[in-house]
Every structure is written in structure tokens, then in C-alpha cells.
Design a protein around this ligand. Structure first.
Ligand SMILES: [Zn+2]
Length: 418
């Protein structure tokens, strides 16, 4: 490797898209991580570049250098490594940055500086980290949670600065010089530093690429807020992403209104009405299920006498109803003296074993034996146990197995399917 330095052309002109440079080196690249996705790649260094490397929360640029595709850009101190998909030979090359991607990053990054500055000014909340994602960007703020009303005020103030189209400039200076210019953040690094100024609003040390004026941010929208350990994480979008987010929100609302067959303005009242109807229906279904379980249990108990061995065994493979029916049905059956109810839901493999305490068996033990034999999960008490087979196709076998254990040598009773 050469000891030379890559000149970072994007420091002074973040709007230049194409450049000429000399190849310093080009060697096969072996990624330390993600080695699974290893199409052959080369690490290319140039004497100068417009390609921004992943750093400071801003992702790397993409684009082309001659006919090679730039897959990744790494900051290696004095050098910038361009990870490319084919080798380039020594000499002069032409680079072109994927402008759509870069401009989007600039909109989000400048938007972040502005949003952080307004949060600090309005609420004294410092930004402790920034992430620029493919869809959403986030900042983490430390301090007390801002109220929804104050968030709206922050959003309003940010967009006010955007509409004022204030100039954005790059400043250079040592840490004490920058501090004198108004940089509030403590900077550890020595030598000449770079800072970004939004006129009258913010001066921030930063190595990123930024817009020329705040108007280019377009519009900023604060989206969700979530508590992340001790900090508040705010999602936000700027520029074209704001248009996409607003469009997607509206399309979603439109589809919901269509589904509800109501006007957009009535979505909330319609949803409330539907939810309240659902609750009423749920209560009605529970009531009817209970009544049905009582009626069905009564008919079965009347037609099933206590056997000579002193128990009344009722076993059913159940279908045509929800698995939830097994519990009230078994509960009703087990209210009769000496009764054991073995219910298996055919389609789902749910099992409920219940007994009147006078039957004197162990339903939990019985369930365990059946599940051990056929596979599944569950548990319960001596009088009531429920579970589920891993394989619903074993439902009939599970019922047979339970019956065998309860009534080993006697003749099997009829077990019609309900
Ligand atoms: Zn920055």
C-alpha cells in the first residue's frame, strides 16, 4: 500500500458528481465480515475522490469508476478504499457518483443537523446518535420526553427554517477556533477540523456531505418516537422521502376507508363502531356457546348411563365447531357425578380431559400418558387437563389411547362424531 493520502473532493464540493483521478493501487478485496456474500471484489485507492465513505451516520456513496461498479466505500484514515466489482489498471480513471442516492443522503443529513439544533434550542435535548437508514432516519435524544404538542412545534420550527432557505456553508478551524465561532459540541480531535453552518441556526463539526441551502431539504416530517433505554429515538424523513411517506399514509387511509365503505373523515368513528359491534358479538357467541354446551351435555348425560364399574365415560371426536367449544362442553359434562369426559378436536388436535371429582381418576396423568405416546403439549389438574397434539392427524388415535387407559378391558362404547 502507498502512504499517500486520498484527497476528499466532496469536502469542498458536495454537488460535484464526476471527477478524474489517478489509480494508486488496486488489490483483491477480502471482506472481514459478510464473507458469505463473496462475489470477487477489489479494493481500489485513488489520489482524489468524490465518493463518500460510510461515517458519521451517513452511508457510503455508490456509482461507477470507469466500467467498475462501486459496491462500498471505506474510510481508512488517510485513505479511502473503493470496493469495486472489477480490477482497474494504473492510470487515469473517471468516477461518477450515483447522484440520486447521494442527494437523498444529503437531504436526510442536513435535515438531521437542523432537527437536532431545534430540539436543543427548544427543549435543551442533545442528540447522542444519528442513523441514516434506507427508509427512515433516526436521532436519539437524551433527556425528558417532549410532549406531542411540543413535537409539533419542533416540526413547525424546522420547516420554517427550511422555507427561509438559509445558506449552508463549510467552515474549517482548530477546535478552539470552532468553539469561538460557536460550536457547542466538545471535539476531541486535533488539527484542522471541518464544520457545517446553517446560517443563524447551527454550527456543527461534521465530515458529511450537505446541501447548499435549507430549502433543498424540501420538508421534514417527524414520524414515530420510541424509548430506547435512557434515550428517545425519533424517526424522521426529509425531501423525497417525505413525499413518499405522505403518499403511502394517504393510500393506506384510502384503502382502509374503502374496506370500511366510509368516507376518509369517518374512519375513526367507523372503526370504533365496528370494534364495539365485535365486542357485543363476542359476548353473544360466548353466551350461546355456554347454552349450547349445557343443552348438549344434558342430552348426552341422559342417554349415557353409569357403567357397572361405577363411572360414566363420555368420549367424543369433535368437529364442526371451534376448538374453544371443548372447554365449556367438558366443564358441563364433568358436573355430573362419576362422569369422565374425553374430548378431542379432530381438525386442531386440541384435547380436553375432565372429570367429576367422584370419578376418582387423574386427568393430568391421563393427558400426560397420551401426549407421551402421540406427541404434544399440555397440562392441568387432577380433574381438568387440556393440551394439543403436535399432529392433528393423530386426533382419533389420541382418543382411542385415552379410552384404552380409562377403560382397559371393557367393551368400547359407541363414539359418534359430534
Ligand atoms: Zn453531520
Amino acid at each position: 500500500m502507498t502512504s499517500r493520502t486520498t484527497q476528499r473532493l466532496y469536502y469542498d464540493d458536495s454537488f460535484a458528481r464526476e471527477f478524474q483521478a489517478e489509480v494508486l493501487s488496486c488489490v483483491p478485496f477480502k471482506p472481514e465480515r459478510d464473507s458469505a456474500a463473496s462475489a470477487p471484489a477489489w479494493s481500489l485507492t485513488l489520489d482524489r475522490t468524490l465518493f463518500y465513505p460510510t461515517s458519521g451516520g451517513q452511508p457510503h456513496d455508490r456509482g461507477r469508476i470507469d466500467d467498475a461498479k462501486v459496491l462500498d466505500v471505506l474510510d481508512e484514515g488517510d485513505m479511502i478504499l473503493h470496493i469495486v466489482d472489477k480490477p482497474l489498471s494504473a492510470g487515469s480513471v473517471k468516477g461518477a457518483v450515483d447522484w440520486e442516492r447521494r442527494f437523498d443522503h444529503m437531504q436526510q443529513h442536513t435535515g438531521q443537523h437542523l432537527l437536532s439544533a431545534i430540539f436543543l434550542e427548544h427543549h435543551g435535548l442533545p442528540t447522542v446518535s444519528f442513523h441514516l437508514g434506507a427508509e427512515l432516519s433516526t436521532i436519539d435524544l437524551r433527556g425528558t420526553e417532549p410532549s406531542p404538542a411540543s413535537l409539533e412545534a419542533v416540526e413547525h420550527a424546522v420547516n420554517q427554517v427550511i422555507f427561509e432557505d438559509r445558506p449552508i456553508t463549510v467552515k474549517y478551524g482548530t477546535a478552539p477556533e470552532l468553539s469561538q465561532m460557536g460550536v457547542r459540541k466538545q471535539v476531541e480531535r486535533t488539527g484542522v477540523l471541518r464544520a457545517i453552518e446553517i446560517e443563524g441556526v447551527d454550527l456543527q463539526p461534521c465530515g458529511g456531505t450537505h446541501l447548499k441551502s435549507t430549502g433543498q431539504i424540501g420538508l421534514l416530517l417527524i414520524r414515530r418516537c420510541a424509548k430506547i433505554r435512557q434515550d428517545w429515538r425519533f424517526e424522521f424523513v426529509c425531501g423525497q422521502r417525505t413525499q413518499r411517506a405522505a403518499h403511502a399514509d394517504f393510500q393506506l387511509l384510502r384503502r382502509v376507508a374503502e374496506r370500511f365503505n366510509c368516507a376518509l373523515a369517518d374512519i375513526l368513528s367507523t372503526a370504533d363502531r365496528i370494534l364495539s359491534e365485535r365486542d357485543t358479538l363476542h359476548k353473544t357467541v360466548q353466551l350461546i356457546t355456554q347454552r349450547l354446551a349445557e343443552a348438549e351435555a344434558s342430552v348426552i348425560l341422559q342417554s349415557t348411563p353409569v357403567s357397572p364399574n361405577g363411572t360414566r365415560l363420555i368420549s367424543r371426536l369433535i368437529q364442526g365447531v371451534e376448538p374453544g367449544y371443548l372447554v365449556p362442553f367438558a366443564t358441563q359434562l364433568a358436573q355430573a357425578e362419576k362422569t369422565v369426559a374425553l374430548l378431542v378436536h379432530q381438525d386442531s388436535g386440541n384435547l380436553v380431559f375432565a372429570q367429576h371429582p367422584s370419578a376418582g381418576m387423574d386427568m393430568n396423568g391421563l393427558l400426560r400418558q397420551v401426549l407421551e405416546k402421540l406427541g404434544g403439549k399440555g397440562g392441568g389438574t387432577r380433574d381438568f387437563a387440556r393440551g394439543r397434539l403436535n399432529d392433528a392427524a393423530q386426533s382419533a388415535h389420541a382418543l382411542d389411547a385415552a379410552r384404552e387407559i380409562v377403560q382397559p378391558a371393557t367393551t368400547k362404547t359407541e363414539n359418534p362424531v359430534t
